[in-house]
Design a protein around this ligand. Structure first.
Ligand code: SF4
Length: 392
C-alpha cells in the first residue's frame, strides 16, 4: 500500500479515504515526512516559510454553548465575565497597529446579549479608524449566534458583515467534523454540516477563510480522515480556504480534562501536519503552530509539510485560560524559521507576501516576548500567568 500511495503522491493524484486511514495506522514518521515533503514542494516549490504579525484579542468571554473542551468561556453574571464595547476595542486595535500588528483575529464567546449591529459596527469602525489592521473576525459559532439574535439568515449575516468591510473569517469551531465526536464535546454547537454551511456561504460571497482541527481527545483515525475529506470536498467547490491549521486539545481547567488529562504527543502533531499536507491536495498552505505545540515541534513541522509558521500572537487568551502560554517575538519567529532551513517571509492575512528577510534582516515591528492579556487588567502586561518556557 505504501508504494501505491508514494506513486500517487509523486504524480499528484488524490488519495482516497481508505488510503488516508491506512497511513495514519501504518506509516512511520519518516514515511510521513517523505510524502509530505513531496507534496509541499509540488504545491510551494520555494524554500519559503511565511508568518504573520498578529494578535488574538477577545471582545467577550460570555458564551452559552458550553463546550466541554473550553476553559475560556464564562456565563453572564460570573465574576470574571466581560464584554467590551466597540469603543473599548478600537483603541486596543490602534495600539496594536502602532506596535506593528497587521492582522487581528477577533473572537468571543457566543453572547446572546450582544445585538447584531455591534458586529457590523466593529468591522466598519476597524476598517475606517485602523486601516493598518486586517480584520479577521468571528468564528462560525458566532456567525450562527448573530443569525439567532437577528432576524437574518446566515447568508444575510455574512453579506452585511461583508458590506461593513469583512472579507476573511477564521476557521475556529470545527474541532472534529464528525458528529459522533461533536455530540460528545460540543453538543450545543451544531453539527459538522452547520460549520461547513457557514464556510460554504462565506466562500460563495468571496470570503477567504481558514480551516482548523482540534484533535487529541475523543476522535479516532477515521474521524480525522472524515474531517479532512469534508473540507477537501468543500474546497473543490469554491477554493475559499487559504490554509489548514491543526492544534491539539489543551485540557487545563476544562471539564474534558477529567477524561483526557494529557496533551497529545509531538509525534501525533507531526502526523496531523503531514497527513493534512498529503491528503489536502487542494489547500495551498498548511500552518505549523509554534504556539500550540512548542517552538521546537513547530520547527520540525516545517519538514513535515507545513509552509507557514502562523502568527506572532501578541495577545492570546483562549489557551491561556487552560494555563497554556507560549510567547515569542518577531525576531525570534524569524530566527526559528531561518534556523530550520527556510527563508522567512512576512505575509498578510490572505497569504500575500509582504517581505522576505535575508540573513540578518528583520521586520521593524516592535513585538517583544511579553504577552498582553488585556482582559485581566486594561493594557497591563501580565506576568503572573504560568509561562511554559522551553529550555533553550
Ligand atoms: S469553544 Fe467557543 S463556543 Fe465553545 S464554549 Fe468556548 S467560547 Fe463558547
Amino acid at each position: 500500500m505504501l508504494d501505491i500511495i508514494r506513486k500517487k503522491v509523486s504524480e499528484g493524484t488524490r488519495l482516497t479515504r481508505e488510503e488516508g486511514v491506512w497511513l495514519l495506522k501504518n506509516a512511520s514518521l519518516l514515511d510521513f515526512a517523505e510524502l509530505a515533503e513531496t507534496e509541499r514542494f509540488r504545491l510551494n516549490p520555494e524554500r519559503r516559510v511565511t508568518f504573520v504579525i498578529d494578535s488574538n484579542p477577545n471582545y467577550t468571554n460570555i458564551c452559552n454553548v458550553d463546550c466541554i473542551f473550553c476553559a475560556f468561556y464564562r456565563h453572564e453574571g460570573d465574576k470574571d465575565a466581560y464584554t467590551y464595547s466597540v469603543d473599548e476595542m478600537i483603541p486596543r486595535f490602534k495600539a496594536a497597529a502602532k506596535r506593528g500588528v497587521r492582522t487581528v483575529l477577533l473572537q468571543g464567546g457566543v453572547n446572546p446579549a450582544i445585538p447584531f449591529e455591534y458586529y457590523t459596527e466593529m468591522v466598519r469602525r476597524t476598517r475606517a479608524e485602523v486601516p493598518e489592521i486586517h480584520p479577521h473576525f468571528f468564528s462560525t459559532s458566532e456567525i450562527i449566534g448573530m443569525s439567532n439574535v437577528s432576524s437574518l439568515t446566515v447568508p444575510e449575516v455574512l453579506l452585511k458583515l461583508k458590506e461593513a468591510g469583512l472579507n476573511s473569517i477564521p476557521g475556529g469551531g470545527a474541532e472534529i467534523l464528525s458528529d459522533r465526536v461533536k455530540k460528545k464535546i460540543s453538543n450545543k454547537k451544531g453539527t459538522s454540516a452547520d460549520w461547513l454551511n457557514v464556510m460554504r456561504e462565506a466562500h460563495k460571497l468571496g470570503y477567504k477563510t481558514t480551516a482548523t482541527m482540534m484533535y487529541g481527545h475523543l476522535e479516532t483515525d477515521e474521524d480525522i480522515i472524515e474531517h479532512l475529506s469534508v473540507i477537501r470536498d468543500l474546497q473543490d467547490e469554491y477554493h475559499g480556504f487559504t490554509a489548514y491549521i491543526p492544534w491539539s486539545f489543551k485540557p487545563g481547567n476544562t471539564p474534558l480534562e477529567k477524561i483526557i488529562p494529557t496533551y497529545a504527543t509531538g509525534t501525533r502533531y507531526l502526523q496531523m501536519i503531514a497527513i493534512a499536507r498529503i491528503f489536502l491536495d487542494n489547500f495551498p498552505h498548511i500552518q505549523a503552530s509554534w504556539f500550540s505545540e512548542g517552538k521546537k515541534i513547530g520547527q520540525i513541522a516545517l519538514s513535515f509539510g507545513a509552509d507557514d509558521f502562523g502568527g506572532v500572537l501578541e495577545e492570546e487568551n483562549v489557551h491561556a485560560s487552560a494555563n497554556f502560554v507560549h510567547t515569542t517575538s518577531v525576531k525570534e519567529t524569524v530566527d526559528l524559521i531561518r534556523s530550520a532551513g527556510y527563508t522567512p517571509a512576512e505575509r498578510t492575512t490572505l497569504y500575500d507576501i509582504i517581505a522576505e528577510y535575508g540573513d540578518g534582516e528583520y521586520p521593524a515591528a516592535a513585538i517583544d516576548t511579553a504577552r498582553l492579556n488585556v482582559h485581566f487588567g486594561a493594557s497591563e502586561i501580565l506576568t503572573s500567568l504560568p509561562i511554559l518556557q522551553e529550555a533553550s
